[in-house]
Design a protein around this ligand. Sequence first.
Ligand SMILES: [Ca+2]
Ligand SMILES: [Ca+2]
Ligand SMILES: [Ca+2]
Ligand SMILES: [Ca+2]
Length: 609
Amino acid sequence: MGTHVGRLWACGALTAALLASATAQCEIQHFEGYSNGLNGVVMFRQPSFSGTTSGFLAYTGACSSGPNCAQISLERNRTPLGSRALKVVWRFNGNPRAWLRLTTNNTLYYGNPTISFQRRLSLWLYVPSSTPDFYLTLGVRETHTKAACGANGGATGAIEWVGATQGSPTNPPIGKRITEKDRWVQVVFDLPNEPVLPFAGDANAILDGRTGVLEHLAFTPVDPADTRPYTVYIDDIRVLPNESDPVDPPWIFGLHEPGGEFAAVAEGKRIWILFTEALGADPNNQTGRDYRPYTNSGHGVIVRLNYGYHPNGTLPPSAQYANFAQRVANFVRNSHGAHIWIIGNETNLPVEWPGGESGEPITVARYVQVFRMCRDAIRSIPGHEDDWVCAAPVGTYAPPFPQYGIPGFLDYWAQMLEAIGAEQDGIILHAYTHGSDPNNIFSETRMQPPYDQVYLHFRVYRNLLSRVSPSLRHLPAFITETNQGEPWTNTNNGWIKNAYREIHTWNQNPANQAIWGVCLYRWPQIDPYYIEGKWNTIQDWREAMRNDYRWRRDAVGDTDGDGCVDDADLLGVLFAFGQRGYTRYDLNWDGVIDDADLLQVLFAFGHGC
Ligand SMILES: [Ca+2]
Ligand SMILES: [Ca+2]
Ligand SMILES: [Ca+2]
Ligand SMILES: [Ca+2]
């Protein structure tokens, strides 16, 4: 490791030594970031894959030679700023009971995607006029999964048909009739209110459980005798939010710990605030915390749950993991206004272990064990079933500690995320520069060998995100700590403006994992890295916040998250008109729904539809 790296790692140690409702909605797939022509590997298998319906197809050979494709295509796209969709091509053989089971079964990327049975599923289709009319039905598998929205929810359980009014295991499902051609059309399945018919396994015409997976799309010909080829483009598959789901602030600005919100409010913005809590592991301790003063003011709350701070450990000794998970559950149950939780901090660093370097190392295996216990405990609490529980950020730049079984930071991170798999809800990371030069934000400089693939400065966030499994790329990411690697110099030199511009630029590419927030480390005068009172630094931050940097890529004006600004959004704002509070209808996020929000809808009307 270079000397810079050693220095920053020492800073991390110093930091620790001095420290004494989310949403089951998500964007599942937009097909961005995959190579043109990839066939049968992104969410859907090629049409002939399912033996249930391959006998109804006129052609089951290679996609390159005939109509049997589910491939990434540049011919159509609906995603804002995107360029591709999934092009599905097949041909029926004239069998009067023909239908196509286009399945997600164990597909390489985004197979078996988890959906909520309590929300709507939206997808967009582009059907060329050469394609005959068809009916569309959802095949939903009841896997009772604990996976995050969109993540792999498994492949066992009964399959129900959603949206079909006729159909049986021996007769094709008659779902929503799709007749519009040569334009993108949205199809919404309102799962709690659609007709349900049994298809396979122990199906009973009832959606059992809260979650399951989108097992297939069923395409049934309106006229089975019409054997012309079918081409359908699919894009932007989403689980839409319910009215009562939490709404988070729209911008990417943030602070580590509260106190500086006034500077954001002065610029007409609200921010993400990272709170860090020391809970101990007393299973009888029922205390919690009320974060509503922050959320009621429009801020977003992210809570990092720790056992304690150095030398006690961010997590307790493994013998106390069960007690810690109980304490975590007690804290969450008795807290208000928070739905995003992080379990522990920088667990690859000896300074964060119980007893420090001479204590018990937090190996990847130990971390995964305690994380699962905590996530299960949190999401078992009524009202917290959809909370986001996120793995700890790693101590960025840290070397391996082979004597303790701890790999280097990127490997620790990748192994941890991989081992946890689908049952995590967001990605948390830390990124810094080595020095206050504002150009360090964009620097391409790498570390010295053998770490010469690793960015020395802020763009280390790209190294970290590149190690996130492709099947977790749709989850929200947050940079919950960033600074200059040394105390803020109290200069308005553009470092902060550059940092937010860098992340905004990153977010403009829909192939990149969206970064929802960047928290400056830190506000209060607890350690040498504080910002409070450093007015030139604060001015840099204020000037950054004059930009409308939002984490969503959809047009402002889309209140219901379906990617299109239309009558539903207009009606939503009109019905909420005059109300106070930060809700999905408060499009400029100032705490009141009024003309300004209405104008946002009107100006963007039709966008994305
Ligand atoms: Ca797309
Ligand atoms: Ca059922
Ligand atoms: Ca909308
Ligand atoms: Ca407003």
